[in-house]
Design a protein around this ligand. Structure first.
Ligand SMILES: *Cc1c(COP(=O)(O)O)cnc(C)c1O
Length: 250
């Protein structure tokens, strides 16, 4: 899978990412503590994730329920917040709830219904973020920005879902200025939702956006969580389309 990296190398890469995040915060006039790092750990084996946890990291995101399951034995005992950041099929709801404390990719009412039903059975709450397609690319999941406030209004009938923010996978482009409007759009969408009084600002506080190549732009535009994989764990054998496209089993 990814190139084998040892603990010293992992530490160097994590330090470099935190440095980039701090610099971006300073540049944007934000506090460094306002932005958290989520390790995007698809294809990364559990031992290497555990290594990152030992080095002080506390939040990961997985794209496949199956990967959460395989890594659970190693990861469950660790103090790690596990988020789900892939496309979630309704029939995987029970499994995802077993392994993840937050689903960042809520993108349809049917999924909200399935989560609510299961959460009622388990008498628990779940943190969710609504995934928005800010880049208008058909290959990406997520709601159109203009449908998002109405979608969030509908979520009020699911009392066991706590909507903590918005998530987006931005446009892929080496030019940050082409990526920026999508991120700015997510921030504006959050502001609009708050203005309409649909959610409480203290609870609905996250903007999950920005990855290895564009985390600085995301932080300038208000990201509270950046999701970084490649810049920490090295390149992946599987193309991202394997994780992001329609018609693919998760
Ligand atoms: C893989 C992935 C990331 C991280 O992307 P990198 O370019 O490897 O940093 C972020 N978000 C999601 C949803 C991902 O699937």
């Amino acid at each position: 899978m990814q190139s084998d990296i040892d603990s010293a190398q992992l530490q160097r890469r994590l330090t470099a990412i935190h440095k980039r995040m701090e610099n971006a915060c300073r540049f944007a006039g934000r506090r460094a503590t306002d932005v958290r790092l989520l390790l995007a750990t698809k294809t990364v084996d559990a031992d290497r994730i555990a290594m990152a946890a030992q080095l002080g990291e506390c939040m990961i995101g997985e794209n496949k329920v199956q990967e959460l399951k395989i890594k659970d034995e190693v990861l469950a005992p660790l103090q790690l917040e596990r988020h789900f950041i892939g496309h979630l099929q309704t029939n995987k709801v029970k499994d995802v709830l077993q392994y993840a404390g937050c689903v960042q990719t809520l993108d349809r009412i049917g999924l909200a219904e399935a989560l609510q039903q299961r959460l009622e059975t388990e008498t628990r709450m779940l943190d969710v973020m609504v995934q928005v397609n800010t880049s208008n690319e058909e290959s990406k999941f997520g709601l159109a920005p203009e449908h998002t406030p109405e979608f969030i209004r509908k979520l009020h009938i699911f009392p066991n879902l706590r909507v903590t923010g918005l998530m987006t996978i931005g446009l892929f482009d080496a030019d940050p200025e082409r990526v920026r409007p999508g991120f700015a759009g997510l921030r504006e969408l959050r502001e609009e939702i708050l203005r309409e009084g649909l959610l409480d600002a203290a609870e609905f506080r996250h903007l999950s956006m920005g990855m290895s190549g564009d985390l600085e732009v995301a932080i300038q535009e208000g990201a509270t969580i950046v999701r970084v994989g490649t810049a920490i764990f090295g390149s992946r054998n599987l193309p991202d389309s394997y994780y992001w496209n329609e018609n693919i089993e998760s």
